[in-house]
Design a protein around this ligand. Structure first.
Ligand SMILES: *[C@@H]1O[C@H](CO)[C@@H](O)[C@H](O)[C@H]1NC(C)=O
Ligand SMILES: *[C@@H]1O[C@H](CO)[C@@H](O)[C@H](O)[C@H]1NC(C)=O
Ligand SMILES: *[C@@H]1O[C@H](CO)[C@@H](O)[C@H](O)[C@H]1NC(C)=O
Ligand SMILES: *[C@@H]1O[C@H](CO)[C@@H](O)[C@H](O)[C@H]1NC(C)=O
Ligand SMILES: *[C@@H]1O[C@H](CO)[C@@H](O)[C@H](O)[C@H]1NC(C)=O
Ligand SMILES: *[C@@H]1O[C@H](CO)[C@@H](O)[C@H](O)[C@H]1NC(C)=O
Ligand SMILES: *[C@@H]1O[C@H](CO)[C@@H](O)[C@H](O)[C@H]1NC(C)=O
Ligand SMILES: *[C@@H]1O[C@H](CO)[C@@H](O)[C@H](O)[C@H]1NC(C)=O
Ligand SMILES: CC(=O)N[C@H]1CO[C@H](CO)[C@@H](O)[C@@H]1O
Length: 403
């Protein structure tokens, strides 16, 4: 009787366990089984994706080693169980942007998924060299927009890790309206003179981590648009490129607050900026930018290591007589070391209508050894609290800062 009970219990437990193990075992979807036609994996990937998304079992879609041309694809959720896209090989774009089936679209779009992982150690090769020559968006507002390489929108609780995006025709990665997304050991690689090739652009997102990553590109390393909160950029190396940028902000009245941007333990090599905040003067938006914390950063030949610019007005596209209406507050800048390519190593040009508030700066050791004079800072409409030690007098008027 007791033995029987024991056997029944053991059997029950065993079947329960094996059932659970089976349920957790992910199903593999190899794109080669979904009809790779004419060497283009777009349709095969879409077919594998559709089947995986429809399954209640966790799935792994595999793009195997090798080079796989992909013309364009839009992968949409919702998924019913955790989903992974493993890129082991190189996914290659057509070098000619006019060959995109949907010319308005992005190259690879992944929307409306949760518990999603992009992984595999592979490469997304945008082959942008030919397209960059056609890009005149920096001077022509009606320019033809080149496709963004990878676009992740409305994604939640997801990880993008161990993949490389290379030579995108435009922004490498766009991540909009997403929550709790980690970019881990993510690599971006494009030449320093490739136009508009921002590494990762974030907007309307909350809880984004960019960690242990290397971003070499022609434009911003990470750019942060409006309504973005809780962004952690840690152990990232930027350069070449324009550094980490919050903004530009202020152009549209509909823009919403930016809050909680942490840049820690990062290295900037030969970039135009280290960390920059830019807001437009003579612009309608009244959003707030708060809780910016820049700590433990190393600058190597960076033109503007730390720059808050509330008079951002490139190519004279605006008038600077009307101040920016954006309030910047709760900022800390701590332990910034290295070399600057320009003498102005710290710039805080805040708005005369909304001066910066609660700004703390300390432990600044930035040297300039060029011929344009000693290292200086420029400060307007800000009264920072200083702490620690610095190698320059911060926010003290000098002939340069009055210029
Ligand atoms: C989704 O799965 C259900 C049940 O397994 C099946 O009946 C249906 O045809 C599938 N739909 C698609 C689009 O694959
Ligand atoms: C994602 O994971 C959460 C937490 O484990 C779970 O509640 C949710 O149902 C999962 N959703 C999908 C689509 O896997
Ligand atoms: C964020 O996403 C990760 C998986 O990518 C998950 O493990 C974690 O639980 C999520 N955090 C929250 C607060 O949902
Ligand atoms: C920082 O990131 C680099 C590049 O991914 C990695 O090799 C290194 O181990 C990371 N360091 C720490 C302390 O996490
Ligand atoms: C910064 O880097 C150091 C050593 O490289 C590491 O121990 C520490 O955890 C890092 N901190 C953050 C916030 O990444
Ligand atoms: C500063 O001087 C050193 C040594 O002469 C030199 O190697 C370096 O390129 C100079 N410039 C910067 C920005 O460090
Ligand atoms: C420093 O940066 C400037 C401008 O980006 C560049 O021209 C110069 O060659 C760099 N110097 C070193 C030593 O890397
Ligand atoms: C700034 O920080 C203080 C506390 O230090 C807090 O009370 C205030 O709400 C913060 N302001 C913003 C705009 O986050
Ligand atoms: C986004 C984007 O699409 N960028 C490129 C990334 O990869 C592929 C190549 O450029 C290109 O077609 C994409 O255009």
């Amino acid at each position: 009787m007791e033995l029987q009970q024991l056997i029944v219990t053991v059997l029950f437990c065993f079947s329960f366990l094996t059932y659970n193990v089976k349920a957790e075992q992910p199903v593999t979807y190899d794109v080669r089984k979904y009809g790779v036609a004419g060497g283009d994996i777009s349709q095969a990937l879409l077919n594998a994706w559709t089947e995986a998304c429809n399954s209640t079992k966790p799935g792994i879609i595999v793009i195997p080693p090798g080079t796989w041309p992909l013309s364009q694809v839009k992968l949409l959720g919702p998924n019913k169980a955790p989903l992974e896209l493993q890129v082991l090989g190189t996914v290659q774009a057509n070098p000619d942007p006019s060959k995109l089936p949907n010319k308005q679209g992005e190259w690879i779009t992944i929307n409306y998924v949760e518990n999603f992982t992009l992984s595999g150690g592979g490469v997304f090769d945008g082959q942008g060299q030919q397209a960059w020559k056609q890009n005149d968006c920096h001077k022509n507002q009606n320019c033809v927009k080149l496709p963004i390489n990878l676009s992740f929108n409305f994604i939640k609780n997801s990880i993008i890790r161990d993949v490389t995006t290379k030579d995108s025709k435009n922004f490498h990665v766009n991540c909009i309206s997403s929550q709790n997304v980690t970019f881990l050991r993510f690599k971006v690689s494009a030449p320093g003179d490739s136009p508009n090739t921002d590494g990762i652009h974030l907007g309307r997102s909350t809880g984004i981590r960019i960690t242990d990553s290397v971003i070499k590109t022609g434009d911003d390393c990470v750019s942060i648009g409006d309504e973005t909160k809780e962004v952690y950029v840690e152990n990232v190396t930027c350069g070449p490129g324009h550094g980490i940028s919050i903004g530009s902000l202020g152009k549209s009245i509909a823009e919403k607050d930016v809050q909680g941007i942490y840049v820690r333990n990062c290295t900037f090599i030969g970039t135009m900026n280290g960390v920059r905040v830019k807001t437009w003067p003579s612009a309608p938006a009244t959003l707030k930018i708060s809780d910016l914390h820049f700590e433990d950063l190393v600058m190597d030949n960076v033109s503007n290591p730390i720059i808050i610019d509330q008079e951002y007005c490139p190519h004279n596209l605006c008038k600077i007589d009307k101040p920016s209406l954006i309030k910047i507050s709760n900022v800390s800048v701590k332990n910034i070391r290295g070399t600057s390519y320009s003498p102005e190593v710290v710039t805080f040009v805040c708005s005369s209508s909304k001066p910066c508030e609660n700004v703390q700066i300390g432990d600044i050791h930035l040297t300039y050894n060029g011929t344009l004079g000693p290292a200086t800072s420029k400060c307007a409409n800000v009264k920072p609290t200083l702490f620690g030690t610095q190698n320059i007098q911060l926010c003290v008027p000098t002939p340069q800062s009055n210029a």
